[in-house]
Each structure stands twice: as C-alpha cells, then as structure tokens.
Ligand binder design. Structure first.
Ligand code: PLP
Length: 358
C-alpha cells in the first residue's frame, strides 16, 4: 500500500535535468547543490542517483558526513565552510572541500594540525553582502591562504549572486565585474552561478556551476523559466481524498468558518496539512490538482487535513489521488499563491511525508 501523503521523486527527471544543465553550461563542471536534504528530495538517494555530477554542495558538515556514510565518493564542498576548528579534521578524514569566507576560518586553518592539506574555495563578497571576503581584503586573505601549509594549492575562487533571478538588474554585471577583476589572473578554478545565474547569465558559468533548485526542475523565480528551458519537476507531492461531502450554500467549513459556500457543492477533504509541511497560510483559492482539473482550497488548512471545493457536479471519491504540486501543477504556481517561493515549499515537508523514488 502506498503511504500518503508522499513525495514521489522521479529519478529520470533528476538525470534529465542534470544533462540539460550540462548542455546549458557545456564548459563547466557541475556542483549539484543538495543542502537541506536535497531540497526535500532525499539527500542520499539524490546523491546516489546523480553519478554524473562532478561534485555536491552542502551547507553543513553533518550533511557531508551523511553523504559519505551513504557510500558517495564524489567531490563534496561545504558552501559555508567550517564553523569550528574541530571540523577541519573531518574534512581531511572524509576528503571534503571547504569554502573560506571569513578571517576566523583562515585562522582555524593556520592553527590546525592536519595530516593533509584541505582544498579551499575562497569566497569573495562581490555585492551580496551576506558571506564573503570584502574586495579590499581579498588580496590579504588570498596571500594568507597561499602561505598556509594546511591549504591545498591552487586556491579555488567563488562568489554568489544576490539578484540573478532578475537578470536585467545592474547589480549582476557589477558583481561579475568585481569577480573578474579580482580573480582573472589567478590559477584556481572559479564558480559563481546558482540556478538563476545558469539560466540567465551565461557569462557567469566559469569553471563550475552550482545548480540547486533547477536540478529539481523548478524555476529560481516564480515563473515557468525552468520548464521553458526543458527542466522537469522531480517532485510530485500527493495525498488522497479521505471524504467527499455534500455541502449546502451558506455553510462555513473548518476552523473559524472563514469561507462559506456560495452554492450547494461537494467538498473534498484531503489528508495533508501543516503537520506535513503544507503551509497553514495557504489562502482560499490555492490550487490543488484532482482528477485532471484544478480545485481551490477553501477554509483553513488544519494540521492533518485541508478542504477543497470540488464543485456541485464532482464525481470524485474517497481514495482518489490528489496532487499538491508536481508535473500537473507547478510548485512555482502554488508558491506564488501562498506568497512564498518554491524553495521553501519543497524544503519544509516534514518527516511524516514519505519520500519515495520511482
Ligand atoms: C544554495 C546555494 C546554491 C544553489 O542555489 P539555487 O538558487 O538553488 O540554484 C548555490 N551556491 C550557493 C553558495 C548556495 O548556498
């Protein structure tokens, strides 16, 4: 029996997206970004599926160690680097690259006793102003790393875009110019592009691209950019109708009775709610796919359930499958209605949702 709710993951879509990204950036290697449980798609299974990726990017040491325990031998990179000196020995033991974005991380490398040098990616702040060495401090940071015995040479170089999902913004070209200016003469490999950079800014591809959301077949912005570029949604979030009820005009439904039917209709109760990670703030009208059509959520999302207006002529039955997002209903569209981004929807599913690869 299939559990529900469940997130069905298409291995074929993941593989197709990876090769599509390779076509879009033919001269770059691919650091597939799998932080946050591979954006909710199952860290280990995604890494084991993407054998053609040149490496994997992660946010936490724990995530990288989990990937190694899963038997994955590919190159791994900690995108925010280490947070404590003790982390460094794990990088050596498990052959994990690290970002260096801060003075204190350089100091940790200088002070550590390591049996082997660590491969580092020096992150420069070209305008995002979240992490990274400021351009005026770059030369000194680079020289300190060059002089450090615990750092493998050459030193790789990276930066991150603030607005690549808005390609016409001047900030993108400014960030690129700062990065070029600081790194062109240096020996290390370079990386700048997240999904939006890959799709929108060809000059940003450099030696390594770092796709996250696009790998899962989802646009970095709330449009259909991913689909237009031949990417396919890898996740299909499904649940079931557990009741189909006659509902009279004027009757409210659910907690607070915030919606009333304008006509006699049939309501479907779906076994998914905020306890599964489906947002409680999904408003009236949020789309859900049922038996080939879109039906609106009505009333408040509760912990384990939500209600749909199936319409007066509905023939749907308890046990019918319902798609919350996936190939039939783009998660970008759902995100737009809920006033969030697709990234948040896919990463916030709770452990109650079974993640199943086909
Ligand atoms: C998360 C992340 C990415 C991937 O971003 P997407 O928008 O999902 O493609 C790339 N680089 C860094 C440093 C990141 O933290």
């Amino acid at each position: 029996m299939k559990p529900f709710p469940r997130a069905e993951i298409s291995r074929q879509a993941l593989l197709q997206n990876l090769s599509r990204l390779k076509q879009l950036a033919p001269n770059s290697k691919i650091m597939a970004v799998v932080k946050a449980n591979a954006y909710g798609h199952d860290l280990i299974q995604v890494c084991q599926s993407l054998t053609q990726a040149d490496g994997f990017g992660l946010a936490r040491l724990e995530e990288a160690l989990q990937v190694r325990s899963g038997g994955v031998s590919a190159r791994l990179l900690l995108l925010e680097g280490v947070f404590r000196q003790e982390h460094l020995k794990h990088l050596v033991a498990h052959n994990i690259d690290t970002v260096v974005h801060h003075d204190n991380q350089i100091a940790m490398l200088e002070q550590a006793q390591l049996s082997r040098p660590v491969t580092v990616w020096l992150k420069v702040d070209t305008g995002m102003h979240r992490l990274g060495i400021r351009p005026e401090d770059f030369e000194q940071a680079y020289q300190r790393l060059m002089a450090c015995e615990n750092v493998a040479k050459p030193i790789n170089l990276m930066s991150h875009f603030a607005s690549a999902d808005e390609p016409s913004k001047a900030q993108n070209q400014q960030q690129l110019a700062v990065f070029e200016q600081l790194t062109t003469e240096l020996a290390g490999e370079r990386s700048m592009a997240n999904s939006a950079g890959i799709l929108n800014l060809e000059q940003s591809h450099f030696d390594w691209i770092r796709p996250g959301i696009a790998l899962y077949g989802v646009s970095p912005s709330d449009d259909d950019g991913a689909r237009r570029r031949g990417l396919k949604p890898a996740m299909r979030l499904v649940s079931e109708l557990i009741a189909v009820r006659e509902h009279k005009a004027g009757e409210p439904v659910g907690y607070g009775g915030i919606w009333r039917a304008g006509q006699d209709t049939r309501l479907g109760v779906v076994a998914i709610g905020y306890g599964d990670g489906y947002p409680r703030n999904a408003p009236q009208g949020t789309p859900v796919w049922v038996n080939g059509r879109i039906c609106p959520i009505v009333g408040r999302v509760s912990m384990d359930m939500l209600t749909l207006d199936l319409g007066p002529a509905a023939a749907d039955k308890p046990g019918d499958e319902v798609e919350m997002w996936g190939p039939n209903l783009p998660v970008e569209m759902v995100a737009r209605t809920i006033d969030t981004i697709a990234y948040e929807l896919v990463t916030k599913l709770t452990p109650r949702v079974a993640v199943q690869f086909d």
